[in-house]
Design a protein around this ligand. Structure first.
Ligand SMILES: [Zn+2]
Ligand SMILES: [Zn+2]
Length: 315
């Protein structure tokens, strides 16, 4: 593990020195060198993720698809979403626009004597071993993800945005990042806030997000797999596909408050709160009004974003 971390840091430093540093200086942004170094890390993690997706997940999809591919164009749009996110473009913009106010807000809150939920304060010594704290943060942030995802379905304005994610009828490993940008911003803000309150070290935050993202790509894959007995320990492609199933996954018995399999990494929260369904079925994915009334959610990136805003304003 140590070796891999060292290798990664060497690559990050190399790329930073060779490209990012000269670029930042050429743009006259001396004050942003630290951020540029961090952005290099995000970019490299994104490259590793995409390599894994192409070399492991794509062959798996070809080997055991959950359903035949009938609409390749629909997949191309999802690839654009994936590249925007995984190569750090979204992160970069977030970094310079919304992260500074979050940091200012949380430091003001702590100065006022606001309580923290730092793991080390609740359980002294627990963060001494980095891998133990890493796993704990992973579990805590995954619980937060579960409740955020339920809220995305529960509240109509939020559903108006999240519906874009569910409008993919040709779900593949690229579908995870198919979200409305406004939805992404809200979720990223909540995560930045939570990681500050929990005291997650920035170096670990990057990897926590990377692990979650990779697991999410696997869960969206067009892959016939429910992980055998491991399905109770990790959300499988079959488990998440059920959440995307028309009529049963996210609108059953009716959309609010129904729905199943909201979990992102672990199915435990669904199991505890009785929203888990492990039925071994692979049903068509999408949204009921799309399938029955032909409601348009858009094919291309900009049209999908625009229609999301229109739904939000009640259109
Ligand atoms: Zn959902
Ligand atoms: Zn999904």
């Amino acid at each position: 593990m140590e070796l891999w971390i060292d290798l990664f840091e060497d690559a990050q430093t190399g790329l930073f020195e060779a490209v990012m540093k000269p670029l930042t200086l050429a743009l006259g942004q001396h004050a942003l060198l630290e951020q540029a170094y961090e952005a290099t890390g995000w970019f490299l993690i994104g490259l590793l993720q995409i390599a894994f997706m192409l070399m492991v997940l794509l062959p798996l999809e070809r080997h055991r698809p959950a359903e035949p591919v009938t609409d390749r164009r629909a997949i191309y749009t999802d690839v654009i979403y994936t590249l925007i996110h995984r190569l750090g473009l979204f992160r970069l913009v977030f970094f310079f626009t919304l992260e500074p106010p979050v940091l200012a807000l949380t430091s003001w809150y702590f100065l006022q004597g606001g309580s923290t939920w730092q793991l080390d304060a609740l359980w002294p010594g627990v963060t001494d071993l980095p891998w133990v704290s890493f796993l704990l943060y992973l579990v805590v942030l995954d619980a937060l993800n579960y409740f955020i995802h339920r809220a995305q379905h529960q509240f109509n304005p939020w559903w108006a945005l999240h519906a874009l994610h569910h409008s993919q009828r040709q779900m593949t490993l690229w579908t995870d990042n198919r979200n409305h940008l406004l939805d992404d911003i809200i979720v990223a803000l909540l995560f930045a806030l939570a990681s500050q309150l929990l005291g997650v070290p920035p170096g670990q935050f990057v990897w926590l997000l990377a692990v979650s993202q990779l697991a999410e790509s696997l869960q969206h894959a067009n892959l016939r797999s429910r992980f055998g007995g491991l399905r109770y320990g990790l959300v499988s492609p079959q488990f998440h596909r059920y959440h995307h199933a028309i009529g049963v996954g996210h609108e059953s018995p009716k959309r609010v408050p129904g729905g199943h399999n909201f979990g992102v990494l672990l199915p435990w929260w669904d199991m505890m709160l009785d929203t888990a369904r492990f039925d071994d079925v692979y049903l068509p994915t999408g949204i009921r009004d799309q399938a029955e009334q032909g409601r348009d959610y858009g094919q291309g990136f900009w049209r999908q974003q625009w229609l999301g805003l229109r739904r939000l304003w009640g259109g």
